[in-house]
Design a protein around this ligand. Sequence first.
Ligand code: DP6
Length: 332
Amino acid sequence: MSEKRATAIASPNIAFIKYWGDRDPALRLPANASLSMTLASLQTETTVIFDDRLESDQIEIDGSPVAEKAANRVKLHLNLIRTLSGDPAFASIRSESNFPTGAGIASSASAFAALSAAASAAAGLEIDDKQLSILARRGSGSAARSIFGGFVQLFSGELNEDGYAEQLAPADHWQLLDLIAVVRKEHKYTGSSEGHQLAPTSPIQDARVRDTARRQEICKTAILQKDFIALAQIVEQDSNLMHSVMMTSEPSLFYLEPESISIMKQVILWRKAGLDVCYTIDAGPNVHCICSADDSIEVERQLRSIDGILDVYRCAPGDGVVLATNNEQTPQ
Ligand code: DP6
């Protein structure tokens, strides 16, 4: 009898160029390339123990047993790892995040990045970061990017092996901050996985996907040259394009709340007044205000004066996934 365990820690990321729609839903190959910043301060810590005495997978998230749908998604992911390692043992999984997972802050990215790293290490798989990124993508598209720290691009890929992320610049390349203006804490909206399936029903999704290479290139250059104004314009356009696709899908998806729109409009005014700040919004109503570290105190002060903002999280560029404890084989 044996027990094989590992613990990994990963952070979520905010996409500057967003992935929306799957080229291949089974493989979670994204319809378009994307680019993100990994977020410090927020993290998910996951411990995986493969134990051949278990009769099923045991999954606990933030101290509670997990609901069936989420459990099935984790089990499917563990099956990939069991196939790769050739060891059929069931696993016990414990995962804790230090941020509310229902707050629309890409929790699936940190969750599947940490799970992939911990489970593959526990199973004794020897895989590099590129392979780990491909594996994490199978659990959640955006998780492929959380394997790396700093500024990260994810290729869309025709085949499973082409859909991986790589670092564009490390976390200390540019002192940007993501001030996340939380306007709703509960999780009432359609999840990304369902949303991706609806993307092709929008008549403008094709145009958005075809234009991705242009946006990706502008964003990449803006980051490498630390050109905030160029970054702001492309990040806001990309977010608006994705929300236009969402709103014109059948059925339509409206993630923005009145408070989200108020903040978006304020951000544009603050930038006109000279602050380095722009907005981007994922599949939820909370607004990520990307700003320079220098202007972040003023942006946070202004955000906190707006009615309806429940909280503001401050996140600098963060590191990629780390293994907290190495694989140990404990003969029982
Ligand atoms: C709007 O990675 O959450 O945040 O692959 O179904 O888990 P699944 O989707 P997910 O989708 C991310 C959508 C987004 C944009 C992005 O992060 O690129």
